[in-house]
Design a protein around this ligand. Structure first.
Ligand code: NOJ
Length: 550
C-alpha cells in the first residue's frame, strides 16, 4: 500500500453513532454508518481507544488491552466491523496507548499488592531525602507528575492523569507485553496503528529534576532511546506486514527527530502527528489562554515542517482536527459568516500539502465549537482541571469559561450531528456529552444540499488521481503575504499552484511572474472559478481557495 495517496478518517467511537440508546456511541453504530463513510472514499479509519477502561481519560486509560469495553460492544462486533470495512476497502487503524496504562490494569494492581515483578513495570520511586516528591516534573493534566503508591510511602510517575501510570519501557518484560498487544490486534486483521504519545516512552532512568525555569517535558521527550524502542517495536510487530500504516503521536517534537522517526530506511514509523501549527493561538506558549491566531506563525510552522520533512525524507500526517483540539473552523476560519468557505479553504490548505491527510469525524460537514454556557456541561478531565487552575489564578467565572469554550477538548468530542431530530440523530437516549444546538449543521442536510462534503470528496479524488499531490515536492510562495498562504507542489515538470485567502476580506493577489500566462487547469476552486491560464492577478473572495495545475 503506498502511503502518499491515502486519506485516513478518524472516528471517536464514543461520539459517532449510538445504536443501543445508552447515550454512548458504539461499534454497531459505526457498522450502521459504513455506507456514509464509503461515500468519502477514505482508505482507513483510525479509531480512538475502545478497550476496557474506567474512562477517566475517555479510554486513554486502558485496563485491559485485549478486550472491547462493553460500553462499545463485543469482540464479535469488532470482528464484524473489520470484515465489513474490508469489504468496502477500508482498513482499520487502532490506537495503541503504550506509554501508560490505567491504575485499574492488573499489572498496576499486582504491583500495588506487593508483586515486585510488576512493580518493575512502573516508575515507582522513594521521596527525596527531604521528603519531597521524587522529582519536580509536572503532569500534562496539571499538578505534579507523582501520586502516592498506595500506603508504601513511595510514589509512581504519571505524566497524564493520576489514573494513567507510566510504563517503564526500559524493562524488557514491559516491551514484550506491549508488543504482544500489538500482535494480538494484527492477528485480527488490523494493519494500521496509531501510537499515543510515543515520543515520551524513553524517560531517563535517573528521572532527574528539570533545571529551574525549564519545562519538565524537555527531560523526557524525544530521548534518543525512543528510536531504538521504535525500531524494536517495528521489527517485532507491524514491520512484518508489508502494507502496515503507522503514525506516532509526537508531543513537542522536532523536525530532525520526526525525520528519523519516519524515514523508510530507519524502520520506525510511517508518519507522525506534530502540533506546532496548532499552537499558534497560545499566548506565550500556554494553551489555556485566548488570543487570535498568529497567521504568520501558522504559515511558518506548516512551511518549516513541509520543507524539513521533505528534505530529510520524512513523512507527515496532515491534520487540523482531532479529539484533543477545538474545531479548526472555529479557530482559524469564520464559523458564523463564512462557515462553508472557510471550512473548504482550510481543507484545501491541508489536503494539497505533502503528507497523509486525516479527516476528523464531522469536519467534512463543517462542525463547530459548541460554546457551552456552563462549566458543568464540560466533562473532560483536562478541561475541568484547567478551569480550576484558571479560577485559582484569579480569573472570573466568565473569563475562565471563555477560555474553556475556546480550548476544551470537548469541543470536538460532541456527538456527530446526523440530522436535525432530537439529539442530532446521535442517540435515542441521553447523550454522554451535550450536542451543540445547531440543527442546521448535520449530515442529512449536508448530503442533501451542502457544499463542504462534496468538496472533501473532490479533494480526496484529486489526491488519488494527480500524482503531483501525492508525490510532488513542496515550495512556498510569497510567505510574507499578510492574508494569503500560497505554495506550489512540483512533480515531473508540472507545477500545482495552491492559493488560499485566510481571511474574510477580499484580496488582490499577484501571481508569480514566471507562471503568468501559462496554460493551466483549475483542479479545485471553492468559488467555482475556472481558469485555463494563469492570470496576472487574482481577485480573491473571502476564504477563497484555488489550485491551478500548470
Ligand atoms: C494523547 C491523546 O490523544 C489524548 O486524548 C490523551 O489524553 C493523552 N494522549 C494521554 O493518553
Amino acid at each position: 500500500m503506498s502511503l502518499a495517496d491515502k486519506v485516513i478518517y478518524q472516528i471517536y467511537p464514543k461520539s459517532f453513532y449510538d445504536s443501543n440508546g445508552d447515550g454512548i456511541g458504539d461499534l454497531r453504530g459505526i457498522i450502521a454508518k459504513i455506507p456514509y463513510l464509503k461515500k468519502l472514499n477514505i482508505d482507513m479509519i483510525w479509531f480512538n481507544p475502545f478497550f476496557v477502561s474506567p474512562q477517566n481519560d475517555n479510554g486513554y486509560d486502558i485496563a485491559n488491552y485485549y478486550e472491547i469495553d462493553p460500553l462499545f460492544g463485543t469482540m464479535a462486533d469488532f470482528e464484524e466491523l473489520v470484515a465489513k470495512l474490508a469489504q468496502n476497502h477500508i482498513g482499520v487503524m487502532l490506537d495503541m496507548v503504550l506509554n501508560h496504562c490505567s491504575t485499574d490494569h492488573i499489572w498496576f494492581k499486582k504491583a500495588l499488592a506487593g508483586d515486585e515483578y510488576y512493580q518493575k513495570f512502573f516508575y515507582i520511586r522513594k521521596p527525596k531525602a527531604d521528603g519531597s516528591l521524587p522529582n519536580n516534573w509536572t503532569s500534562k493534566f496539571g499538578g505534579p507528575a507523582w501520586a502516592p503508591f498506595g500506603k508504601t510511602g513511595k510514589y509512581y510517575l504519571h505524566l497524564y492523569d493520576k489514573t494513567q501510570a507510566d510504563l517503564d519501557w526500559h524493562n524488557p518484560a514491559v516491551r514484550k507485553e506491549l508488543f504482544k498487544v500489538v500482535n494480538f490486534w494484527r492477528d485480527k486483521g488490523v494493519k494500521g496503528f496509531r501510537f499515543d504519545v510515543i515520543n515520551v516512552i524513553g524517560k531517563d532512568e535517573k528521572l532527574t529534576d528539570a533545571p529551574k525555569n525549564t519545562a519538565s517535558k524537555l527531560m523526557y521527550t524525544d530521548q534518543p532511546i525512543v528510536h531504538q524502542y521504535l525500531k524494536e517495536l517495528n521489527q517485532k510487530t507491524f514491520g512484518q506486514e508489508p502494507d502496515a500504516i503507522t503514525v506516532g503521536e509526537m508531543s513537542s517534537t522536532t523536525v530532525a527527530n520526526s525525520v528519523a522517526y519516519t524515514r523508510k530506511d530507519n524502520h520506525e514509523l510511517s508518519m507522525v502527528f506534530t502540533f506546532h501549527h496548532l499552537k499558534v493561538d497560545y499566548q506565550n506558549g500556554q494553551k489555556w489562554t485566548k488570543i487570535p491566531f498568529d497567521f504568520s506563525a501558522l504559515k511558518n510552522a506548516l512551511n518549516n515542517w513541509q520543507i524539513g520533512m521533505s528534505q530529510g525524507g520524512g513523512w507527515n500526517a496532515l491534520f487540523w482536527n482531532n479529539h484533543d483540539q477545538p474545531w479548526a473552523l472555529s479557530r482559524f476560519g469564520d464559523p458564523i459568516h463564512f462557515r462553508e468557505k472557510s471550512a473548504e479553504m482550510l481543507a484545501t490548505v491541508m489536503h494539497l500539502l505533502r503528507g497523509t491527510p486525516y479527516i476528523y469525524q464531522g469536519e467534512e460537514i463543517g462542525m463547530i465549537n459548541p460554546n457551552y454556557q456552563k462549566i458543568t456541561d464540560y466533562v473532560d478531565v483536562e478541561t475541568l482541571n484547567a478551569y480550576d487552575e484558571l479560577k485559582k489564578q484569579g480569573l472570573s467565572d466568565s473569563k475562565a469559561l471563555a477560555i474553556i469554550q475556546a480550548k476544551s477538548r470537548d469541543n470536538s468530542r460532541t456527538p456527530m450531528h446526523w440530522d436535525n431530530t432530537v439529539n442530532v440523530g446521535f442517540t435515542t437516549g441521553t447523550p454522554w456529552l451535550k450536542p451543540k444546538d445547531q440543527e442546521q449543521i448535520n449530515v442529512a442536510a449536508e448530503l442533501d444540499h451542502g457544499e463542504i462534503f462534496p468538496y472533501y470528496q473532490k479533494l480526496i479524488y484529486l489526491r488519488k488521481h494527480y500524482p503531483i499531490i501525492a508525490k510532488g515536492s513542496y515550495e512556498p510562495i510569497d510567505l510574507e503575504h499578510p492574508q494569503v498562504f500560497a505554495y506550489c507542489r512540483l512533480y515531473r515538470g508540472q507545477t500545482l499552484l495552491v492559493i488560499n485567502n485566510f481571511y474574510g476580506q477580499k484580496a488582490t493577489y499577484g501571481l508569480p511572474a514566471s507562471y503568468q500566462g501559462q496554460k493551466a487547469q483549475t483542479l479545485i476552486s471553492n468559488y467555482d472559478k475556472n481558469f485555463q491560464e494563469v492570470p496576472k492577478t487574482l481577485a480573491l473572495q473571502p476564504y477563497e481557495s484555488l489550485a491551478l495545475l500548470i
